[in-house]
Design a protein around this ligand. Structure first.
Ligand SMILES: Nc1ncnc2c1ncn2[C@@H]1O[C@H](COP(=O)(O)OP(=O)(O)O)[C@@H](O)[C@H]1O
Ligand SMILES: [Mg+2]
Length: 328
């Protein structure tokens, strides 16, 4: 494979454990996943599936109690997990950028919007003149749909609405011109109207941003709308992955099927429907399929251990031993 057709990121057997008072938590249990160049990958799964930990691992911003981070995260062939802290620092905010769920965690209340944006530019282009940086910041604000951009440059984060702060975060991320942009539930903290506007902005970005995107959401509808590929996580495991149209039209894992059923009920009835049962406890060992306690299709084989993610068609993989049998 040449550089253009090979994936931007190849994650191999990514395993993250953390020490807790109840014992070792197995947060990511050996994930393998590719992120294609210029592709938008949606990562879905209920709360507690390990989505945010995957995002933090990509940035190597893992919590202090992490006791093991093994496997590989290859960005253009460089294993991010093997870099020292200063080498990794050089990737963050230049080649990889992140948009958090709550913009206030990433915005400093003491600095204006203008200084946030020009700081980002200066990191990328250390010699840039102040006036030029401000001009670029202003046109980026226009691009992300902020009215009166010149005025907003002088505003402080607390003077802006939640939706506007999220637009600022997106502007900061785009100024980085990263190869990989990670957005962790960027619309969850917003009300429905503003959420729709931000989703609209993300879909417009397609034409303005050529890097790869990891879009994390627990909302399948959003992922269907925005993403090219999808990866379904459950209990620290990837249970299904592939092109979004294929996976959502022909799900090959009972968990994906269950998520889709919730979404359909939710739309029809206007209430929040959830899958019966609970997500697995990360402290427990995996001795059978991770989804077994909540699965309606359990066979003897499922008790033997967690099945590997295996192809069901050329680009579509499932970690269910009964994928071809019960989910047709
Ligand atoms: N630093 C940590 N120490 C112990 N457990 C953690 C830590 N971070 C996350 N977890 C646990 O790992 C699981 C996955 O968390 P997270 O990655 O935040 O999932 P998601 O973003 O899908 O909700 C959850 O059960 C969470 O409680
Ligand atoms: Mg999360």
């Amino acid at each position: 494979m040449d550089a253009l057709t090979s994936p931007l990121v190849s994650i191999r057997d990514l395993t993250i454990d953390a020490t807790t008072t109840r014992g070792e938590a197995h947060i990511l249990r050996g994930l393998s996943l590719d992120i294609g160049r210029g592709r938008i990958l949606g990562v879905v799964g209920e709360s507690g599936s390990g989505k945010s930990t995957l995002a933090l691992a990509l940035l190597r911003l893992l919590p202090a109690n992490v006791s093991r981070a093994s496997g590989q995260i290859l960005l253009d062939g460089t294993n991010l997990l093997a870099l020292n802290a200063s080498e990794m620092g050089a990737y963050r905010g230049t080649r990889i950028a992140m948009i958090f769920q709550d913009p206030m965690t990433a915005l400093n209340p003491l600095f204006t919007v203008g200084s946030h944006l020009t700081d980002v530019l200066r990191r990328r282009e250390p010699g840039i003149a102040r006036q030029q940086a401000l001009q670029r910041a202003e046109s980026m604000l226009t691009l992300v749909g902020i009215a009166d951009p010149a005025l907003r440059l002088n505003a402080y984060p607390h003077q802006l609405s939640g939706g506007m702060r999220q637009r600022i975060m997106i502007a900061m991320a785009l100024l980085v011109q990263p190869d990989l942009l990670i957005a962790d539930e960027p619309t969850t903290a917003l009300d429905a109207t503003v959420e729709a506007q931000i989703v609209e902005l993300f879909s417009e970005l397609r034409t303005k941003f050529s890097g790869s995107v990891v879009f994390i959401s627990h909302h399948l509808g959003l992922v269907a709308e925005l993403c090219d590929d999808i990866c379904v996580m459950y209990g620290g495991v990837i249970v299904e992955s592939g092109p979004v149209d294929d996976v959502l039209a022909r799900p090959k894992h009972p968990y994906t099927r269950a998520l889709l059923d919730c979404e359909i009920d939710d739309k029809g009835e206007g209430r929040l429907v959830s899958i019966p049962g609970e997500v697995p406890d990360p402290v427990s060992q995996l001795t059978a399929c991770v989804f077994l306690p909540r699965c309606a299709h359990v066979a003897e084989l499922c008790r033997g251990g967690q099945p590997r993610l295996a192809p069901v068609s050329p680009h579509h993989s499932s970690a269910c031993v009964r994928a071809q049998e019960v989910l047709v």
